[in-house]
Design a protein around this ligand. Sequence first.
Ligand SMILES: [Zn+2]
Length: 99
Amino acid sequence: MDAVKIANKEKVCHDCGKEIKLEGKEIKNGVLIVYKDGEKEIPVFKCQDCFQRNPELRNYQSCEVYSRIVGYLRPVQQWHVGKKQEFQEREEYQLSKNA
Ligand SMILES: [Zn+2]
C-alpha cells in the first residue's frame, strides 16, 4: 500500500471515537483501513475492539463542505490546489460575546 497522509484530527476510531496511538509508522491499538471513493482515498482508523466487532466501514458519507473564497461560498472540493491547502491551514476562533 502507498503511504497515506493522515491529519491529526483523523487519528480516532471511526466507530467509538477512541484515540488511536501511533508510534512512528506503527499503529499501537488499531488498524488503518483505506477506502476508495472514485479517485480519492479515505483513510479510516478503527480500534482493535471495534475492528473485531465489525471490520466494515458503516455509515460513511462524504460531506460537501462550503466555505468562503474570494467573496463567494463555493464547495471546497472545487477549489484549486493552492486554496485547498490554505483552507486546511485555517484556524477556527471563538469570538466572545463582547467582541
Ligand atoms: Zn473503536
